[in-house]
Ligand binder design. Sequence first.
Ligand code: SAM
Length: 277
Amino acid sequence: MLYLVGTPIGNMKDISARAVEVLGQADLIACEDTRRTGLLLKELGISGKLISYHEHNKASRGPVIIERLKEGLNVCLVSDAGMPSISDPGEDLVKLCIEAGIEVSAVPGPVAAITALVLSGLDTRYYHFEGFLPSEGKGRRARIEALRGIRETMVIYEAPHRLMKLISELKDAGFGECPAAFCRELTKKYEEVLRMTPAEAERYFTETPPKGEFVICLSPLSQEGGSGDGLISDEELDELIRKHLEEGRSTKEIASLLAPLTGRSKKELYSYIAKLH
Ligand code: SAM
C-alpha cells in the first residue's frame, strides 16, 4: 500500500500521531530530500529506510517504487513540507499506483493553501487553488490573465524574491484594489497575515522587504451571480460595504476599494456608502 503522509509546514508539533505511527511501520519512505526527511525522522525517533523521489528523478524512480509496492512493501511518500501532491511530487506516483491496481491511502496533514485560506478572512465557500505560477514568460502572463476570469477566492504560492513582481503583475491585471491576504511563515514563530489589497501591499513591502514563505489569497475581480457584465450585484455591494464598515474602514477607503468592482465612480460610491450608515 502507498501512504501519502502529510508533514508540518513549519511547526513540528503539527505532525499527527497517525503520521508517526504509519511512518514508523513503513518498509520504505520515499521523500524529496533524504537529508531533510532524515532529520524529521530522527526527531520523531523513527529509523526508516529512505529513497529519494523528487521532481527531477520521478520518471525513473516511480516504476522502481511501484515494483517495491508490488512485492507487498508498505511505502510512505512525504514531501519537504505539507501534503505530497500539492505543489509537490506525488500525483504521478498516485496515477502509477492506480494503473497498477495498488491501494493508496492518505494520512492528512497541514497544507499551506488551506491554512492561509482560513486565516485570510476572504470567502472560503468556493476557492481556486493556483499554487505556483510559471516563474516567467508567456506561461506566467497567460496564468495571470486566466486569474482575471476566476470567480472564487484565489490561493497562490509565491517565492519571497518574486513577491513584488507578482504584486505588480496583479495590479496591472486589475487586482490592485481587490481584498487580499499575504500570509507568511504560517505556523512558525513569525507567522503573519497581512490583510491588504495588492496596491497597499506594494507600498507595505517596499518599506518592509518580504521574507520567508508566502501564500497569497486574493478576491476575484467580480463575483458569480453579479450583474452579468462582470460586475457585482447591488446586494453583494451592500454586503461588501457592511463588511468593510464593520472592519473599521473609512467611507473614502471603501469607495476606492470597491469602485473597480462596481463600474461606479469613487464619488458616486462615496455618496452611496454615506447613505448606508
Ligand atoms: N506541499 C506543500 C503544501 O501542502 O502546502 C506545498 C509545498 S510548495 C513546494 C512550497 C510553497 O508552499 C512555499 O513556496 C509557500 O508558497 C507555501 N508554504 C509552505 N509552507 C509555508 C508556510 N509555513 N507559510 C507560508 N507559506 C508556506
